[in-house]
Design a binder for this molecule. Structure first.
Ligand SMILES: C[S@@+](CC[C@H](N)C(=O)[O-])C[C@H]1O[C@@H](n2cnc3c(N)ncnc32)[C@H](O)[C@@H]1O
Length: 387
């Protein structure tokens, strides 16, 4: 049997329930914690998670756990560790230490002792990653109550950097948050999806990939290939996937022509351009939101401009009121998921919104507000927090 490890999928705070559900869908028994989800498995499972998880940002693998009450003890024990079966020679290493409730609390000294042990194991000084270097190993040393836990990041660069979004335009949404919003919206591939404020297209692209059964990590390098732990055979078994060529109804538009061009380029890189009905249009001219035809059942999943408050009146108020009225006019077959910084402003859509999750983005607190199927149009008082 392959070696089993304690694994941890980290996510943005607030996304833990969605990540838990994603792990369950992969057949894993998850243990949700603050900031992520713990589970057990081998390197192949860690690699599969890097490929398939849409809401995780990193996958960490616990290397060892050892009682440690002094720097000398750390030095002695670190010298015995099987660094050569964990790390590859000549691959740069970034060491990161934290300490709480422990006699060993000097994090720079922890890093120095571990660096020394790794250097001795490989017979060469540890090289730190250079700027722009994407192939390196990150080792985390976490001291808690005199126990040292060493973990290695299987992911290296955060998983939300999918590789398709080279043009982010203004205020692009992180791919993991766009993924989370689509999941929280309850959208399924048999429903239409519309993002009338598409910007660089992240929401529509994440939805299209989900609908086609494309793994979020498909454009990234093989996970963990910078480690000696890399399971090449295991990766060969999990890296192949069979897309489901479903006809999807996904529309995206923006009033900014450059944003529409960026969405097109990003969608092409993501391999989903053929799935998007992409238009250059302000919300007032969005074909599905006008008097013309639109699919009978769908979800508006969107991240409207957050804006900043100026004095007492928010200049975005008319935009949110228009958005609400247009969504309501779509009829009972439609729902909405709106990512908002100012929840009170989002409530001015007059849609029956409830908070699905709250997290942080670009230094701001943001809340995903969703309507439930057939919930009517009266606003719900659960979504009253916000700035
Ligand atoms: C917060 S950004 C959306 C970011 C997007 N989710 C992404 O991942 O890049 C809001 C977008 O709304 C667009 N926008 C603002 N007012 C609009 C309007 N009246 N009609 C259509 N688009 C509008 C802006 O051009 C901007 O691209």
């Amino acid at each position: 049997m392959s070696m089993q490890f304690e694994l941890f999928a980290a996510c943005q705070p607030g996304l833990e329930p969605l990540l838990t559900a994603e792990l369950q869908a992969l057949g894993v028994a998850p243990r949700p914690l603050a900031g992520g989800v713990a589970f057990r498995g081998d390197m192949q499972l860690a690699q599969r998670c890097c490929l398939w998880l849409g809401t995780a940002s990193h996958v960490l693998l616990r290397l060892c756990e050892m009682p440690c009450r002094a720097l000398g003890e750390l030095q002695r024990k670190a010298a015995q560790l099987p660094w050569r079966s964990w790390l590859r020679p000549a691959v740069p290493v970034r060491l990161h230490a934290t300490s709480r409730g422990s006699r060993v609390y000097h994090t720079d000294a922890i890093v120095e002792r571990l660096e020394q042990a790794i250097a001795n194991a490989f017979g060469a000084p540890v090289r730190s990653p250079a700027a722009g270097d994407e192939a390196f190993a990150t080792v985390h040393a976490r001291f808690r109550d005199d126990v040292c836990m060493l973990s290695v990041d299987v992911t290296t660069t955060p998983l939300h950097r999918r590789g398709y979004r080279l043009d982010g335009r203004k205020a692009p949404l992180r791919e993991d948050l766009a993924h989370a919003l689509v999941l929280a919206s309850g959208w399924t591939a048999d429903l239409a999806l519309l993002d009338p404020f598409c910007g660089s297209g992240t929401i529509a692209i994440e939805a299209a990939a989900l609908g086609l059964g494309l793994p979020p990590g498909r454009l990234r390098p093989p996970p963990g290939e910078h480690l000696a732990l890399f399971d090449a055979d295991g990766w060969a078994q999990v890296r192949d996937f069979a897309p489901q060529p479903l006809p999807l109804q996904i529309a995206a538009s923006d009033r900014d022509e450059g944003a529409v061009a960026a969405t097109r380029d990003n969608a092409e890189r993501a391999g989903v351009a053929a799935q998007l009905d992409l238009r250059h249009a302000a919300i007032s001219d969005q074909p599905w939101l006008g008097a013309g035809d639109h699919p009978a059942r769908g979800v508006v999943v969107t991240n409207p401009p957050f804006g900043r408050r100026i004095g007492g009146k928010n200049p975005l108020l008319p935009l949110y009121q228009t958005l609400g009225a247009r969504i309501e006019a779509l009829g009972d077959g439609w729902r909405a998921a709106i990512l908002a910084h100012d929840v009170r402003l989002a409530r001015r859509t007059a849609l029956p919104l409830r908070a699905a999750f709250t997290t942080r983005h670009g230094g701001l607190s943001i809340t995903a507000l969703v309507t439930d199927p057939g919930a009517g149009t009266a606003t719900d008082d659960t979504a009253t927090t916000g700035t």
